[in-house]
Design a protein around this ligand. Sequence first.
Ligand SMILES: CC(=O)N[C@H](C=O)[C@@H](O)[C@H](O)[C@H](O)COP(=O)(O)O
Length: 514
Amino acid sequence: MPEMEHPVTHEDLKNALIVSCQPVPDGPMDDAAFVIGFANAAAAAGAAAVRIESVAYVKAARPHVAVPIIGIVKRDLDDSPVRITPFIADVEDLADAGADIIAFDATDRVRPAAFSALVAAAKAKGKLTMADCSSFEDAKRALAEGVDFVGTTLSGYVGGPEPVDPDIALIAAMRTLTPHVIAEGRIRTPEQAAEAASAGAFAVVVGSAITRTEHATTWFHEAVSAAFSQREDADKPVLAIDIGGTKTMVALVQGDKVIDERIVRTQREEGPDAWLDAIAAEISGWSGGFARAGIAVTGFVENGCWSALNPATLGIPDSYPLIERATARLGAPAFAVNDAQAAAWGEHRFGAGRREDIVFLTISTGIGGGIVINGKLASGLAGHFGLTRSASHGAAPLEDLTSGLWIAQQARDAGHAVDAVTVFAEAAAGSAWAKTIVEQSAAQVALLCRDIKLMLDPQRIVIGGGIGLAPGYLDLVRGKIGGLNARITPHLVAAELGSRAGIIGAADLARQHR
Ligand SMILES: CC(=O)N[C@H](C=O)[C@@H](O)[C@H](O)[C@H](O)COP(=O)(O)O
């Protein structure tokens, strides 16, 4: 033995793993002894069939291999792109060598022998047939010629760049034509093999990942090298930038440590190209000292482009290509994020968030925020709580009834032309008018925090910003929340990273973003 004891049928391949035992041509494993070894190792581990290339290897393996063999011959022809089993003689020789199933190219290309003749030759020898297809159309034609199996073998190999992933969609499409679909090509992981099976494959072929040692080694080598070089990058400082309405903070940040820090004025009228130029000029002495850049900005960032939500804060042209321009201008790959979202991430990683799911609220001139859920930062518009209207009962965006600007306005209306800081000082000193204003602001924030708890259920709500951290303010908010069932009471804590939360968060996000 082991010749096959009975003629192989479709059922022998049902729900099978098939291992293609084709060493890299002319490589150190390109030897009959290895092909036999691979085939027996595969069979011992549960493979129900093997695929072997060349008449010589099929002949060598047949006496030693007890599972069905799919045989192919590969040829590089001058006058045809067809490589897999192009000639009738190939079919016959494979059959005579002991292959149970003969596979051949089923593409619609110039070929030396008619497809129907190949099928007939295999059948004349009493063998099953497998059509190596590149498309749904190939499979349709092959089935019309009476093949037993259609494979996705040649998808991605008939022109254009070779894909990386298996063609799962083609498996599913071919399954609408026949149950006898063999998934083959670029299946590199057990997960992909399972996906192919779930998509409707009758059997799944895995080749290079198991039997082309050089290929599999290369994949690991590349992954490991990339990870090592990323790790070296990760140890380098990040250039962190926080572009605000009046000033821009630039810093070199390592972990949560700010190594160096500068402030540049944001020339509001000049626009983002000029702001980036000013930043680049300011940091020229740091060149080579950072591997990447993290940018926190007012407004929001989507698909690498920056837009204003409130142009009064800073006039950003709509969809300014910030990441592209910053990467070019700063000489390092850049990442950009809303400033309050960056601060939320900073607090989550290194501050009062304690690596828990948090909502961060910065209450100062306006109200900004960020959300970290399931360990991930929500991007886009997420966290712009100051613009919500539920807590203000629709009267105006919440920040217009809560923030520093509103507090100063209320004071003026009460006949006291002072800023928010003074209002807080007056409230602390016992002035009734000032207390009333601060309490109203705190009551709005309390409503917002109650809603946030019910909408997102964060473990903590971290409160920052000049107003949020003003002495006594957080306690006032807690007081206004009071009386709720413990499960739905939000847990409020004071932010810990202060004005550096944004740059620390942006730096960390840039480090993690590849
Ligand atoms: C396109 C072509 O010539 N495919 C050949 C067909 O036999 C083999 O080189 C592949 O190794 C085989 O299809 C298995 O695929 P993978 O090695 O990607 O698991």
